[in-house]
Design a binder for this molecule. Structure first.
Ligand code: HOZ
Length: 426
């Protein structure tokens, strides 16, 4: 049996952990079968408890842009650990990483480190509400900004995968302040501003969506929401948890040439450790405690080991000016080759891609928003997922997620992947 030890471990885990997992999409519930229990990873590969190895296209859902266990990040982190694990005090390291982040990300003067992307987005909207003295936010159907209450309304990622886009437990009071529009639909956003004059604090958006599969924004849409925010004195929040330090050093802002007012980060910023951050210009960040009245705090925020891993990763990326082109070109090769194979086989498909993020949808139609993504054939996706898995290729176990290509994936891994795709039939 292929996944014998993973199956036994999963069975045991379910006795003590809800669903056997600490984050729902990992449970393979929508694709069926047994989640892989991983014991180690290096470079482009992860190895499961049954000693099978996989080319990894999840990369811890984005953070491992350099591949797993990068030697320099590993060495720096081990060295840092020798000085202690957590102090709950300021450290010089925090200023160093903040200096680097503010120097490469457009439009920000200051950054506050937190422990996850969820925390970053949750704090960003609190800051936006405090700054504008307004309550309402606009979010897009299928975008996922972490699991805090305001965002679990028509949410993407696991919430969409399991058919619970509106989570029980979110009060009506909270839900009424979250206004919804379809992604890429500027007219719908204009209508919301007209219907809620002077009440909208911010628009929050994944500037390149990755939680309903990868969805690429039109330039007119992003420019339009930027203009609407400016005209209405609302803030534009870019959730760059997936795109930050992946699409470019300056994230989607730099890649797409659109300025946000507040930017949130996660994933790559921590180099594989639990780190998130939110950032803005001084005038906005000055509203944050202890300077201002908007409260936000965290015992492990700015943890030295996580900061060292993050700083080392960001420095490596920043010093390698070809990195983004390399991973983008690997992604383009995969996209074009998979598409050619499917076309030859007569398999209806759409591959959405921007930079080093991409998704395969089984549909003839364009996929520009959540409804389009939902209409794609998810049974076909599930078959594709299991076919790849059994051939040693690990993609996210849901048609509502994105592939994250790492710099460790080279032509050998691409060829292995294409070989697996060639033997796939619906
Ligand atoms: N929310 C993540 C996917 N968009 C899943 C994280 C995980 O399960 O580790």
């Amino acid at each position: 049996m292929l996944y014998q030890r993973s199956s036994a471990l999963f069975k045991d885990a379910q006795n003590y952990i809800p669903g056997g997992v600490n984050s729902p999409v990992r449970a393979f519930k929508s694709v069926g079968g047994t989640p892989l229990f991983i014991k180690k990873a290096e470079g482009a590969y992860m190895m499961d408890e049954d000693d099978r190895s996989y080319v990894d296209y999840i990369n811890s859902w984005g953070p491992m842009i350099l591949g797993h266990t990068h030697p320099e990040v590993l060495a720096a982190t081990i060295e840092q650990m020798k000085n202690g694990f957590s102090f709950g005090t300021p450290t010089e390291l925090e200023t160093e990483i903040a200096r680097l982040i503010t120097s490469v990300v457009p439009g920000i003067d200051m950054v506050r480190m937190v422990n996850s992307g969820t925390e970053a987005c949750m704090s960003a909207i609190r800051l936006a509400r405090g700054y504008t003295q307004r309550d309402k936010i606009v979010k897009f159907e299928g975008c996922y900004h972490g699991h805090s209450d305001s965002f679990l309304i028509k949410a993407g990622s696991g919430a969409a995968t399991f058919g619970n886009p509106n989570s029980p437990g979110v009060t009506q009071g909270t839900a009424k302040d979250t206004l919804l529009a379809p992604y890429n639909d500027l007219e719908a956003v204009k209508a919301l501003f007209e219907q809620n004059k002077g009440e909208i604090a911010a628009i929050i958006i994944e500037p390149i969506a990755g939680n309903m599969g990868c969805i690429v924004p039109t330039q007119a849409f992003l420019q339009g929401i930027r203009a609407l925010c400016t005209e209405n004195n609302a803030l534009l929040i870019f959730d760059e948890v997936m795109t930050g330090f992946r699409q470019a050093m300056g994230g989607a802002q730099e890649k797409l040439g659109i300025d946000a007012d507040i930017v949130t980060f996660g994933k790559v910023i921590g180099g594989g450790f639990p780190v998130g951050a939110f950032a803005a210009r001084k005038e906005i960040m000055n509203h944050l405690a202890p300077l201002g009245a908007v409260y936000q705090a965290g015992t492990l925020s700015g943890n030295p080991i996580a900061m060292r891993a993050g700083l080392t990763t960001l420095t490596l990326i920043n010093n390698d000016r070809e990195l983004f082109n390399r991973i983008e070109s690997t992604t383009e090769i995969l996209d074009k080759a998979i598409s050619a194979i499917f076309t030859e086989k007569g398999i209806a498909h759409r591959i959405n891609r921007l930079g080093s993020m991409m998704s395969v949808f089984f549909t003839e139609d364009e996929v520009n928003n959540f409804d389009d993504a939902a209409k794609a054939n998810h049974d076909s996706f599930n078959k594709f997922f299991h076919h790849l898995l059994s051939h040693g290729i690990y993609i996210a176990p849901s048609g509502y997620e994105t592939w994250f290509i790492s710099d460790a994936i080279k032509s050998l891994e691409v060829e292995k992947t294409l070989e697996a795709v060639r033997s796939f039939n619906l």
